[in-house]
Design a protein around this ligand. Structure first.
Ligand code: C2E
Ligand code: CA
Ligand code: CA
Ligand code: CA
Length: 281
């Protein structure tokens, strides 16, 4: 007979076993999915708030997995961390950057705008010795310049290996890439480290808009602190995860330069984003 003590472990093992199976499934499906072009790029608009009316001023490319075997859309939160654990992420990101570059080239020929499209760069990508070379090749292949793609790098890259990471990011920036510090304020890095990062744009972490009862005042204070910090650093600040008018109005009033969020637009397929370009550019 089983004793009670073993029970918690069995439950844990079952859950983790199921998770492992799911992980294994995604990992083995990945290469095939790349070939089948199941990874799709969505675009979420970014708006400049410094004028009288919000103005389309950028976009973030976000991957989606349209899986035939799973019969639907798998969100990046499910597979990106997995792919980061085993190095597959670099392959996927190269694929996405290539797709964004191709799309950017097409849009630049059809519309007149001078903002970059931002792509996400995983911490893992920064360790690839060929990163700069391969991203340069992508840009060349599509007749673009370093100004056409911006790189979103999450603040958590600052957490370890400081000097290595700093020199890789500096190198990218020195080649002309705009560096957007993503999830800024999420708390992985020291202020000292942040002051040494070559940042062109600061993206405030979404958690400042996820409120519990009673923490409004503190969160608002943090937001003002970050905007002031950005002013001192002389970099524009983007607030992401902005979901309603009240937040947008507040941010504009306290000098936030740009906004990205469901309030202005959800991540959307390329064809839909192109309509925004048509209307605005
Ligand atoms: P992230 O880079 O911080 O991207 C922002 C996430 O917030 C996106 O989730 C976006 O859809 C979501 N979001 C935007 N506005 C709002 C809003 O108003 N409210 C709420 N609740 N959410 C909003 P998504 O697309 O699920 O991506 C999750 C994460 O997966 C990203 O976080 C990023 O870390 C990673 N990711 C996505 N695409 C890529 C990619 O191509 N490469 C890499 N390496 N990572 C990616
Ligand atoms: Ca991002
Ligand atoms: Ca973010
Ligand atoms: Ca036009």
């Amino acid at each position: 007979a089983k004793d009670n003590y073993s029970h918690p472990y069995e439950v844990y093992d079952e859950v983790s076993h199921r998770q492992q199976l799911e992980s294994q499934k995604y990992i083995s499906a990945m290469e095939d999915a790349l070939k089948q072009r199941e990874f799709i790029t969505y675009y979420q608009p970014k708006y400049d708030m410094t004028g009288d009316t919000p103005r389309l001023a950028g976009a973030e490319a976000l991957v989606r997995w349209q899986s035939k075997t799973e019969g639907g859309m798998i969100s990046p939160g499910k597979f990106i961390p997995l792919f980061e654990q085993n190095g597959l992420i670099y392959k996927l990101d190269l694929y996405i950057w290539e797709e964004v570059a191709r799309q950017m080239k097409e849009w630049k020929e059809k519309y007149s705008f001078n903002f970059p499209i931002s792509v996400n760069v995983s911490r893992v990508d920064l360790y690839s010795p060929n990163l700069l070379l391969e991203i340069e090749q992508i840009i060349d292949r599509h007749g673009l310049t370093f100004r056409d793609l911006a790189l979103e790098i999450t603040e958590s890259v600052c957490a370890a290996d400081t000097e290595t990471i700093l020199s890789v990011v500096r190198n990218l920036r020195d080649h002309g890439f705009k560096i957007e510090m993503d999830d800024f304020g999420s708390g992985y890095s020291s202020l000292n480290m942040l002051s040494r990062m070559p940042i062109n744009v600061l993206k405030m972490d979404m958690k400042f808009f996820q409120r519990n009862a009673g923490n409004d005042e503190i969160m608002d204070a943090m937001i003002r602190l970050i905007i002031d910090f950005a002013k001192v650093m002389k970099v524009p600040v983007i607030a992401e995860g902005v979901e309603d008018k009240e937040q947008a109005d507040y941010l504009k009033a306290i000098g936030c330069d740009m906004i990205q969020g469901y309030y202005f637009g959800r991540p959307m397929p390329a064809a839909e984003f192109e309509k925004l370009l048509q209307q605005n550019c």
